[in-house]
Design a protein around this ligand. Structure first.
Ligand code: ZN
Ligand code: ZN
Length: 341
Protein backbone atom coordinates (compact mmCIF):
# COMPACT_ATOMS: atom_id res chain seq x y z
CA UNK A 1 0.00 0.00 0.00
CA UNK A 2 1.21 3.45 -0.61
CA UNK A 3 0.13 5.95 2.01
CA UNK A 4 1.95 8.68 0.10
CA UNK A 5 -0.67 8.71 -2.61
CA UNK A 6 -3.65 8.68 -0.20
CA UNK A 7 -5.97 11.63 -0.50
CA UNK A 8 -3.50 14.11 -1.85
CA UNK A 9 -2.96 14.13 -5.56
CA UNK A 10 0.32 14.72 -7.29
CA UNK A 11 0.81 18.41 -7.92
CA UNK A 12 1.53 18.36 -11.62
CA UNK A 13 0.01 20.81 -14.07
CA UNK A 14 -1.90 18.07 -15.85
CA UNK A 15 -3.96 17.03 -12.84
CA UNK A 16 -7.20 18.99 -12.91
CA UNK A 17 -9.95 18.96 -10.34
CA UNK A 18 -13.57 18.84 -11.56
CA UNK A 19 -13.81 22.52 -10.63
CA UNK A 20 -10.79 23.39 -12.71
CA UNK A 21 -12.28 21.48 -15.59
CA UNK A 22 -15.51 23.42 -15.22
CA UNK A 23 -13.50 26.64 -15.27
CA UNK A 24 -11.89 25.48 -18.44
CA UNK A 25 -15.23 24.67 -20.01
CA UNK A 26 -14.43 27.17 -22.71
CA UNK A 27 -11.79 24.76 -23.91
CA UNK A 28 -13.66 22.29 -26.05
CA UNK A 29 -12.16 18.89 -25.64
CA UNK A 30 -13.95 16.19 -27.61
CA UNK A 31 -16.52 14.32 -25.51
CA UNK A 32 -15.94 11.14 -27.44
CA UNK A 33 -12.70 9.78 -28.87
CA UNK A 34 -13.57 7.13 -31.40
CA UNK A 35 -11.22 4.20 -31.89
CA UNK A 36 -8.86 4.67 -34.83
CA UNK A 37 -9.22 1.84 -37.32
CA UNK A 38 -5.56 1.76 -38.27
CA UNK A 39 -4.22 1.70 -34.72
CA UNK A 40 -6.69 0.62 -32.04
CA UNK A 41 -5.83 -3.09 -32.03
CA UNK A 42 -2.34 -2.59 -33.44
CA UNK A 43 -1.35 -0.32 -30.52
CA UNK A 44 -2.83 -2.84 -28.08
CA UNK A 45 -0.79 -5.59 -29.64
CA UNK A 46 2.45 -3.59 -29.44
CA UNK A 47 1.82 -2.58 -25.85
CA UNK A 48 1.05 -6.17 -24.82
CA UNK A 49 4.30 -7.40 -26.38
CA UNK A 50 6.22 -4.62 -24.62
CA UNK A 51 4.64 -5.45 -21.25
CA UNK A 52 5.06 -9.21 -21.76
CA UNK A 53 8.83 -9.09 -22.02
CA UNK A 54 9.62 -9.81 -18.37
CA UNK A 55 6.12 -10.38 -17.07
CA UNK A 56 5.01 -13.35 -14.95
CA UNK A 57 1.90 -13.60 -17.19
CA UNK A 58 4.03 -13.45 -20.33
CA UNK A 59 2.30 -16.31 -22.14
CA UNK A 60 -1.17 -14.92 -21.60
CA UNK A 61 -0.20 -11.37 -22.60
CA UNK A 62 1.29 -12.77 -25.82
CA UNK A 63 -1.90 -14.78 -26.44
CA UNK A 64 -3.96 -11.58 -26.18
CA UNK A 65 -1.38 -9.75 -28.34
CA UNK A 66 -1.78 -12.39 -31.06
CA UNK A 67 -5.56 -12.03 -30.82
CA UNK A 68 -5.22 -8.23 -31.12
CA UNK A 69 -3.09 -8.71 -34.25
CA UNK A 70 -5.90 -10.81 -35.77
CA UNK A 71 -8.51 -8.23 -34.68
CA UNK A 72 -6.44 -5.51 -36.34
CA UNK A 73 -6.29 -7.39 -39.62
CA UNK A 74 -10.01 -8.20 -39.55
CA UNK A 75 -10.89 -4.56 -38.92
CA UNK A 76 -8.85 -3.18 -41.81
CA UNK A 77 -11.19 -4.48 -44.51
CA UNK A 78 -14.28 -5.18 -42.43
CA UNK A 79 -17.40 -5.35 -44.60
CA UNK A 80 -20.21 -2.87 -43.80
CA UNK A 81 -22.65 -3.88 -41.06
CA UNK A 82 -26.22 -2.78 -40.31
CA UNK A 83 -26.25 0.51 -38.35
CA UNK A 84 -29.13 2.29 -36.55
CA UNK A 85 -31.12 4.77 -38.65
CA UNK A 86 -31.43 8.47 -37.84
CA UNK A 87 -34.75 8.15 -36.03
CA UNK A 88 -33.42 5.36 -33.78
CA UNK A 89 -30.37 7.50 -32.97
CA UNK A 90 -32.59 10.50 -32.19
CA UNK A 91 -34.84 8.43 -29.93
CA UNK A 92 -31.81 7.05 -28.06
CA UNK A 93 -30.35 10.55 -27.63
CA UNK A 94 -33.66 11.87 -26.30
CA UNK A 95 -33.78 9.07 -23.74
CA UNK A 96 -30.07 9.63 -22.86
CA UNK A 97 -29.37 6.05 -23.93
CA UNK A 98 -26.64 4.70 -26.21
CA UNK A 99 -27.87 4.06 -29.78
CA UNK A 100 -26.51 0.48 -29.90
CA UNK A 101 -26.69 -1.06 -26.41
CA UNK A 102 -24.50 -4.18 -26.24
CA UNK A 103 -27.41 -6.02 -24.80
CA UNK A 104 -30.46 -5.09 -26.84
CA UNK A 105 -29.02 -4.07 -30.20
CA UNK A 106 -29.71 -6.90 -32.66
CA UNK A 107 -26.22 -7.90 -33.78
CA UNK A 108 -25.84 -8.14 -37.54
CA UNK A 109 -25.52 -11.91 -38.20
CA UNK A 110 -22.40 -10.89 -40.10
CA UNK A 111 -20.63 -10.57 -36.76
CA UNK A 112 -20.05 -14.32 -36.79
CA UNK A 113 -18.16 -13.96 -40.07
CA UNK A 114 -15.99 -11.36 -38.28
CA UNK A 115 -15.41 -13.85 -35.47
CA UNK A 116 -14.46 -16.59 -37.95
CA UNK A 117 -12.05 -14.26 -39.72
CA UNK A 118 -10.39 -13.30 -36.42
CA UNK A 119 -10.12 -16.97 -35.44
CA UNK A 120 -8.72 -18.04 -38.79
CA UNK A 121 -6.10 -15.29 -38.76
CA UNK A 122 -5.23 -16.05 -35.15
CA UNK A 123 -4.96 -19.80 -35.70
CA UNK A 124 -2.91 -19.69 -38.92
CA UNK A 125 0.52 -19.64 -37.23
CA UNK A 126 -0.50 -21.83 -34.26
CA UNK A 127 1.21 -25.16 -33.75
CA UNK A 128 -0.85 -28.17 -32.70
CA UNK A 129 -1.81 -27.91 -29.05
CA UNK A 130 -4.55 -26.91 -26.66
CA UNK A 131 -5.00 -23.36 -28.00
CA UNK A 132 -5.39 -24.59 -31.55
CA UNK A 133 -7.79 -27.29 -30.35
CA UNK A 134 -9.93 -24.64 -28.62
CA UNK A 135 -10.04 -22.48 -31.76
CA UNK A 136 -11.03 -25.48 -33.86
CA UNK A 137 -13.72 -26.46 -31.36
CA UNK A 138 -15.13 -22.94 -31.57
CA UNK A 139 -14.98 -22.86 -35.39
CA UNK A 140 -16.97 -26.12 -35.41
CA UNK A 141 -19.58 -24.87 -32.90
CA UNK A 142 -23.14 -24.11 -34.03
CA UNK A 143 -23.93 -20.44 -34.67
CA UNK A 144 -26.75 -20.39 -32.13
CA UNK A 145 -24.44 -21.69 -29.37
CA UNK A 146 -21.93 -18.96 -30.22
CA UNK A 147 -24.71 -16.35 -30.18
CA UNK A 148 -25.87 -17.56 -26.77
CA UNK A 149 -22.30 -17.25 -25.48
CA UNK A 150 -22.06 -13.76 -26.98
CA UNK A 151 -25.30 -12.80 -25.20
CA UNK A 152 -23.80 -13.91 -21.90
CA UNK A 153 -20.67 -11.86 -22.57
CA UNK A 154 -22.77 -8.82 -23.53
CA UNK A 155 -24.83 -9.11 -20.35
CA UNK A 156 -21.75 -9.86 -18.22
CA UNK A 157 -23.22 -13.20 -17.15
CA UNK A 158 -20.46 -15.63 -16.37
CA UNK A 159 -22.78 -18.44 -15.30
CA UNK A 160 -22.84 -20.93 -18.18
CA UNK A 161 -20.06 -19.11 -19.98
CA UNK A 162 -17.49 -21.37 -21.63
CA UNK A 163 -14.36 -19.76 -20.18
CA UNK A 164 -11.97 -21.43 -22.65
CA UNK A 165 -13.62 -19.89 -25.73
CA UNK A 166 -14.85 -16.66 -24.05
CA UNK A 167 -11.80 -14.49 -24.90
CA UNK A 168 -11.93 -15.74 -28.49
CA UNK A 169 -15.64 -14.93 -28.87
CA UNK A 170 -15.02 -11.60 -27.13
CA UNK A 171 -12.29 -10.79 -29.66
CA UNK A 172 -14.79 -11.25 -32.49
CA UNK A 173 -17.37 -9.14 -30.66
CA UNK A 174 -14.85 -6.35 -30.08
CA UNK A 175 -13.87 -6.25 -33.76
CA UNK A 176 -17.53 -6.18 -34.83
CA UNK A 177 -18.51 -3.48 -32.31
CA UNK A 178 -15.54 -1.34 -33.28
CA UNK A 179 -16.67 -1.53 -36.90
CA UNK A 180 -20.24 -0.73 -35.81
CA UNK A 181 -19.12 2.34 -33.81
CA UNK A 182 -16.92 3.65 -36.64
CA UNK A 183 -19.52 3.06 -39.32
CA UNK A 184 -22.33 4.65 -37.27
CA UNK A 185 -20.16 7.73 -36.73
CA UNK A 186 -19.41 7.81 -40.47
CA UNK A 187 -23.10 7.71 -41.34
CA UNK A 188 -24.53 10.00 -38.65
CA UNK A 189 -21.49 12.02 -37.48
CA UNK A 190 -19.55 11.64 -34.22
CA UNK A 191 -22.09 13.72 -32.35
CA UNK A 192 -24.45 10.76 -32.52
CA UNK A 193 -22.59 9.58 -29.39
CA UNK A 194 -23.57 12.16 -26.79
CA UNK A 195 -24.00 12.21 -23.03
CA UNK A 196 -25.93 9.24 -21.71
CA UNK A 197 -27.24 8.29 -18.28
CA UNK A 198 -25.45 6.99 -16.37
CA UNK A 199 -22.26 8.65 -17.58
CA UNK A 200 -20.31 5.64 -16.37
CA UNK A 201 -21.39 3.54 -19.39
CA UNK A 202 -20.22 3.79 -22.98
CA UNK A 203 -22.22 6.38 -24.96
CA UNK A 204 -22.02 4.11 -28.00
CA UNK A 205 -22.77 0.60 -26.67
CA UNK A 206 -23.55 1.04 -22.96
CA UNK A 207 -20.74 -1.30 -21.86
CA UNK A 208 -18.61 -0.75 -18.78
CA UNK A 209 -15.15 0.74 -19.08
CA UNK A 210 -12.05 -1.41 -18.70
CA UNK A 211 -10.07 1.47 -17.21
CA UNK A 212 -9.70 5.20 -17.58
CA UNK A 213 -6.89 7.02 -19.32
CA UNK A 214 -5.54 10.49 -18.62
CA UNK A 215 -4.34 11.93 -21.86
CA UNK A 216 -1.57 14.17 -23.11
CA UNK A 217 -1.82 16.29 -26.24
CA UNK A 218 -3.02 19.67 -27.39
CA UNK A 219 -6.69 18.86 -27.69
CA UNK A 220 -7.43 16.67 -24.71
CA UNK A 221 -4.27 16.81 -22.57
CA UNK A 222 -5.01 16.64 -18.85
CA UNK A 223 -8.47 15.21 -19.39
CA UNK A 224 -9.60 11.79 -18.31
CA UNK A 225 -11.49 9.41 -20.59
CA UNK A 226 -13.13 6.09 -19.85
CA UNK A 227 -12.23 3.29 -22.27
CA UNK A 228 -15.08 1.02 -23.42
CA UNK A 229 -14.43 -2.67 -22.83
CA UNK A 230 -16.35 -3.65 -25.97
CA UNK A 231 -16.09 -1.02 -28.74
CA UNK A 232 -12.93 0.83 -27.56
CA UNK A 233 -14.69 4.20 -27.73
CA UNK A 234 -13.37 6.61 -25.09
CA UNK A 235 -15.61 9.18 -23.44
CA UNK A 236 -14.80 12.10 -21.21
CA UNK A 237 -15.43 11.69 -17.49
CA UNK A 238 -14.22 14.26 -14.98
CA UNK A 239 -11.33 13.31 -12.74
CA UNK A 240 -11.66 12.51 -9.06
CA UNK A 241 -15.16 11.14 -9.46
CA UNK A 242 -16.13 7.54 -8.84
CA UNK A 243 -16.87 5.74 -12.10
CA UNK A 244 -19.18 3.34 -10.27
CA UNK A 245 -21.39 5.44 -7.92
CA UNK A 246 -20.42 8.89 -9.30
CA UNK A 247 -19.42 10.17 -5.84
CA UNK A 248 -16.82 12.93 -5.80
CA UNK A 249 -16.02 12.44 -2.10
CA UNK A 250 -13.68 9.90 -0.57
CA UNK A 251 -11.74 9.20 -3.76
CA UNK A 252 -8.20 8.03 -3.24
CA UNK A 253 -5.55 6.40 -5.35
CA UNK A 254 -3.55 3.28 -4.73
CA UNK A 255 -0.55 2.19 -6.71
CA UNK A 256 2.30 -0.24 -6.53
CA UNK A 257 5.30 1.58 -5.13
CA UNK A 258 8.77 0.22 -4.72
CA UNK A 259 9.88 0.03 -1.12
CA UNK A 260 13.54 -0.12 -0.23
CA UNK A 261 14.79 -3.65 -0.44
CA UNK A 262 11.54 -5.12 -1.75
CA UNK A 263 11.44 -5.97 -5.42
CA UNK A 264 8.16 -5.17 -7.16
CA UNK A 265 6.56 -7.81 -9.30
CA UNK A 266 7.39 -6.96 -12.90
CA UNK A 267 4.53 -5.25 -14.67
CA UNK A 268 6.57 -3.91 -17.56
CA UNK A 269 5.06 -0.42 -17.22
CA UNK A 270 6.81 2.66 -15.89
CA UNK A 271 6.17 3.49 -12.22
CA UNK A 272 2.87 5.27 -11.68
CA UNK A 273 1.54 4.38 -15.13
CA UNK A 274 -1.39 2.51 -13.56
CA UNK A 275 -3.22 3.49 -10.39
CA UNK A 276 -6.44 2.31 -8.83
CA UNK A 277 -8.98 5.06 -8.26
CA UNK A 278 -10.74 3.84 -5.12
CA UNK A 279 -14.06 5.12 -3.81
CA UNK A 280 -14.79 5.06 -0.09
CA UNK A 281 -18.49 5.69 -0.72
CA UNK A 282 -19.15 2.44 -2.62
CA UNK A 283 -15.84 0.58 -2.13
CA UNK A 284 -15.29 0.02 -5.83
CA UNK A 285 -12.26 0.93 -7.88
CA UNK A 286 -11.32 1.45 -11.49
CA UNK A 287 -7.80 1.53 -12.81
CA UNK A 288 -6.50 4.74 -14.32
CA UNK A 289 -3.59 4.69 -16.73
CA UNK A 290 -1.61 7.87 -17.28
CA UNK A 291 -0.03 8.89 -20.56
CA UNK A 292 2.00 11.53 -18.71
CA UNK A 293 3.73 8.70 -16.83
CA UNK A 294 4.07 6.41 -19.81
CA UNK A 295 2.93 7.70 -23.22
CA UNK A 296 2.42 4.17 -24.54
CA UNK A 297 -0.18 3.06 -21.99
CA UNK A 298 -3.15 1.23 -23.49
CA UNK A 299 -6.10 0.61 -21.17
CA UNK A 300 -6.79 -3.05 -21.99
CA UNK A 301 -3.13 -4.06 -22.08
CA UNK A 302 -2.11 -2.12 -18.99
CA UNK A 303 -5.12 -3.40 -17.06
CA UNK A 304 -4.13 -7.01 -17.82
CA UNK A 305 -0.49 -6.43 -16.97
CA UNK A 306 -1.22 -4.75 -13.63
CA UNK A 307 -3.12 -7.59 -12.02
CA UNK A 308 -0.88 -7.36 -8.94
CA UNK A 309 -2.48 -3.96 -8.35
CA UNK A 310 -5.89 -5.67 -8.28
CA UNK A 311 -4.63 -8.03 -5.59
CA UNK A 312 -3.33 -5.13 -3.53
CA UNK A 313 -6.57 -3.16 -3.79
CA UNK A 314 -8.72 -6.25 -3.15
CA UNK A 315 -6.73 -6.82 0.03
CA UNK A 316 -7.66 -3.29 1.09
CA UNK A 317 -11.36 -4.18 0.68
CA UNK A 318 -12.25 -2.65 -2.69
CA UNK A 319 -14.18 -4.38 -5.44
CA UNK A 320 -13.21 -4.11 -9.07
CA UNK A 321 -15.71 -2.23 -11.26
CA UNK A 322 -13.69 -2.33 -14.48
CA UNK A 323 -14.56 -4.93 -17.08
CA UNK A 324 -11.95 -6.59 -19.26
CA UNK A 325 -13.23 -9.13 -21.79
CA UNK A 326 -9.78 -10.71 -21.87
CA UNK A 327 -9.91 -11.33 -18.12
CA UNK A 328 -13.05 -13.17 -17.12
CA UNK A 329 -13.71 -15.22 -14.06
CA UNK A 330 -16.38 -17.86 -13.66
CA UNK A 331 -19.06 -17.67 -10.99
CA UNK A 332 -19.65 -20.63 -8.76
CA UNK A 333 -22.56 -22.56 -10.24
CA UNK A 334 -25.27 -23.01 -7.59
CA UNK A 335 -26.87 -25.86 -9.57
CA UNK A 336 -23.68 -27.79 -9.90
CA UNK A 337 -21.43 -28.43 -6.98
CA UNK A 338 -18.10 -27.45 -8.37
CA UNK A 339 -18.41 -28.76 -11.88
CA UNK A 340 -19.58 -25.73 -13.88
CA UNK A 341 -17.72 -23.84 -16.34
ZN1 ZN B 1 -18.69 0.91 -26.27
ZN1 ZN C 1 -18.18 4.96 -5.68
Amino acid sequence: MNPGTGNSLPRTPRVLSPEEIAMQAGRQMPFVRLPVRASVFHDRQLRLRQLAASHPMREYLLFVADLAAAQHQALQDHPPVAVPDASACAAAAKALKPPMPAFGWPRDPLWQATLRRVLTLFAAPLAAGPVRDTVERLLASPADWIDAQADRLSRRITLGLDLATAPLIAAGLQAYWTQLALQTADVHGERVFGHTEPGTECPCCGSLPTASITRIGAEDGGFRYLHCSLCSTQWHYVRIKCTHCESTKGIQFQQLTPEPGIALPATGARPGAAKAECCDACHHYLKQVAMEKDPEVEPVADDLASITLDLLVADAGYERSGHNLMLLFGDPDPDNDGGGG
